[in-house]
Design a protein around this ligand. Sequence first.
Ligand SMILES: [Zn+2]
Length: 256
Amino acid sequence: MKIKILGCGPSHGVPSLSRGFGECNPNEPRNVRLRTSALVTTDNNENILIDTSPEVRLQLIREELPKIDAVLYTHSHYDHMGGANDLAGFLIDRKQKLPIYLTKNDYEEIKAHLHYLFRSDNSPFDIHLIEPYQPFQIGKTMITPILQYHGTQKSIGYRIGELAYSTDLCYMEETGLELLKGIKTWILGVVSPEKPKDFKGIQKHIYLNEAIELIDRIKPKQVFLTHMGQKMDYEKLCQSLPDNIRPCYDGLSIEI
Ligand SMILES: [Zn+2]
C-alpha cells in the first residue's frame, strides 16, 4: 500500500493571501502547500482519494489523472470538499457513479453547498453514509472511520490497514486511540507548533506538542505531518523533530 500526499496545506494554503509564507522560507519549494488531499493505493490496486481539496483539479493533473475508485471525506469544510465540482468534471466519461463515503451530517452540508451535484437524476456520485467506528469495505480493503472533534464540528479520521489518516482534529476519544494501535504509518494534521499565549476561543487543531504526546501513545513507526500552516517551516521541522516524525510536502509518496 502507498499514499501520495496531493496537498498538505492549511485551510488557506501556503502561501496564503493574508500571511504569505509567514515563518516558512519562501525559497524552499516544499513550503508551497496546496490544500489537503491524499491518494491511497491499496495492495489490491484500488485508488482511494481522501478529500477533494479546492485544488484537486491541479493535484490530479499533476498525478497524470489516476483512476479513482472511491472518495473518503474527512468533513465538510471547504478546504476538504471544495474540489468536488472539478472532480465531477473529471468523471464525465465514467460509466459508473463514483462511490463517496461520508457521514450523514457531512453529506447534508456538502449537498447544501453543491446541490446541483447531488440531484438524484444525474449525480456522478454514489453516496455511502458511514458511522464513526463502523468499519466498511472498498473492494477488498477494510476501512475504519474514527470520530474526531474539530472545534464545534466533528470530523472523521480513517484507518486503512496499517495506515491512518487523521487531520482536522483537536481531540479524539479513547475508542479512537485504541483503534489506532498497531498502525505503522500515521498522517497527522498539525497546523501550528504551539498554542499562542493569547489564544482565545475554540481550539480546532492539535498543536505540535500535543501531537507528540499522541504519537508517544500510539507509537507508529513513522509519522508525517500534514495540514501545516505558515509557522511550520519544512527545514526547521526536519532539524527539530525526531527521525520518525517528518513534515509532508506536496507530492510526497509514502510506502506503508
Ligand atoms: Zn482543514
